[in-house]
Design a protein around this ligand. Structure first.
Ligand code: NAD
Length: 466
């Protein structure tokens, strides 16, 4: 027992939203011994999960889901099952999408609908011994916790119901390593305006905080994970500030890379020199085509929009975005530098997902680059180890090859868009023999060795590399 709450192994948990975050959270909590139900309003998704099929590519997740389902600790339901889950649950997570709305602000409609559903479920439930903790994992602007509380109260038909308490529990996992990041996070952040739900969340996460669970995933010695307990609005802001900082770090090094190109300095060596400074660090200093993905673009936009609401200017974030947009144009300029007109030229895009080890195309730079090339009359053919099918659907004009050499065959140029291991280890001589003059390789991630590329008979254009 801890803090007067039920023993950790008896917690019952509901997770609304069975996407990258909800499913990883649900499967990991089930792995830790909790009884978990993941609910989704996408019936097809619920059916396919029930058949043991994970609706997206995420390493280790299928195995964890299958193990925890077999152990009887993880199950799936449509949102019509929410009332039953709420009745027995200690904690219900909201992990639904918060896409970018018009004007850049976060679209909270999924969160609002989940909150109302929780309220309606509470209204039909018998009185509870302890308030239900509603933990919001969706990324939302500071202050949204109060809005969620209000909507749950409205849904319950009584805004003063004392049967629930809302906490913010922002998520920091990275697609491609979602299971690892959930079990071995750098920190767990929970914000609430009352002590009791913070304690429930601390107990829930105790196995992770103390690293007291069996796993073969991480051979490192176990160290305690910081549990950051704070107020609601600060927890919500921590998520936006984290992503905005990381995006800014990338834009910063891209700005430096541009100056390196002009002055003859090598950005890789510069990163090594500055990154060894403990105050700076090596990570997120990778120059190239810039940031994208399901979170950075929308979260930076939402933070700027939130500031605008208060007539607060955000010149640093504005510049972060402007530099990123410039990086996309730099790809086109590098192609033009060797190919001149792009009309009729064949360009291979190597990697389409927004990063390696995921099939997620949300905010993927490949979409923007393919659209820009298409508008200029280039013929674009893409390849991705896992996101090919989804890319063909998202970009009807993009031809998709089944293997990288199929994309390179007859191409005047290739762009490394996503640095999958397979693409880092391309057979460069084979690529050169398949491509047409000028055989240009634009390394959008500075992922290849320029010397090796040139030796194979290709022209090389990286970002800021001497
Ligand atoms: P996702 O699109 O993969 O999954 C969201 C799921 O919620 C979908 O399956 C959708 O059908 C379901 N859903 C939407 N409304 C619903 C409702 N009312 N009831 C039940 N189900 C509903 O999204 P995601 O990538 O998992 O992101 C979820 C949240 O977590 C977002 O706010 C995102 O910004 C944040 N986040 C995402 C990541 C990431 O890497 N994907 C990392 C950190 C934080």
């Amino acid at each position: 027992m801890s803090g007067g709450f039920v023993p950790v192994e008896n917690f019952e948990v509901g997770v609304i939203g069975a996407g990258y975050v909800g499913l990883a959270t649900g499967a990991c909590l089930a792995h830790l011994g909790y009884q978990v139900t993941c609910l989704d309003n996408d019936e097809e998704r619920v059916t396919s999960l029930g058949e043991g099929k994970i609706p997206f590519y995420e390493p280790d997740l299928d195995e964890l889901v299958s193990r925890t389902v077999s152990a009887g600790r993880l199950s799936f339901a449509g949102t019509d099952g929410l009332a039953g889950v709420v009745r027995g649950a200690d904690v219900v997570f909201i992990a639904v999408g918060t896409p970018q709305g018009e004007d850049g602000a976060a679209d909270l409609s999924n969160v609002a609908s989940a909150a109302r559903q929780i309220g309606r479920s509470l209204a039909g439930s018998p009185p509870r011994e302890r308030p239900l903790v509603v933990a919001n994992k969706s990324t939302v602007p500071a202050g949204s916790g109060d809005y969620v509380s209000m909507l749950i109260g409205e849904g319950a038909g009584n805004e003063d119901v004392a049967d629930f308490l809302v906490v913010s529990n922002p998520e920091f996992l990275r697609e491609g390593s979602a299971v690892y990041d959930t079990l071995f996070p750098d920190r767990i952040v929970v914000g609430a305006d009352a002590r009791e739900p913070l304690e429930t969340m601390r107990v829930l996460y105790e196995p992770i905080i103390g690293q007291t669970f069996p796993t073969q995933l991480d051979p490192r010695p176990k160290t305690a994970v910081p549990f950051v307990s704070t107020d609601l609005a600060s927890a919500e802001m921590i998520k936006y500030a984290s992503n905005a900082f990381l995006a800014t770090k990338i834009s910063f090094i891209n700005e430096i890379a541009g100056v390196c190109e002009l002055t003859g300095a090598d950005v890789g060596r510069v990163v090594n020199g500055i990154g060894l400074d403990g105050r700076i660090g090596m990570r997120f200093l990778n120059p190239g085509i810039g940031w994208g993905g399901s979170c950075f673009p929308k979260d930076v936009a939402a933070l700027r929009a939130a500031a605008r609401e208060y007539e607060h200017e955000t010149p640093l974030l504005d510049a972060t975005v402007a530099v990123n947009e410039r990086q996309r144009r730099r790809v086109i300029q590098k192609l033009q530098g060797e190919l001149h007109t792009l009309k009729g030229k064949r360009v291979a895009l190597l990697g389409l997902a927004f990063k390696p080890n995921t099939d997620d195309l949300r905010g993927a730079p490949s979409l923007e680059i393919a659209a820009a090339l298409g508008a200029m009359g280039a013929r674009t053919i893409g390849y991705d180890p896992v996101a090919g099918k989804a890319a063909a659907k998202a970009m009807p004009d993009l031809k998709v090859a089944f293997e990288p050499y199929g994309a390179l065959d007859g191409a005047h140029a290739a762009v490394v868009v996503t640095e999958w291991e397979e693409i880092r280890h391309l057979d460069l001589s084979r690529a050169a023999s398949l491509m047409r003059e000028p055989r240009l390789l634009v390394d959008g991630r500075n992922a290849l060795d320029p010397g090796a590329v040139r030796k194979a008979g290709l022209r090389y254009a990286g970002f800021g590399r001497g």
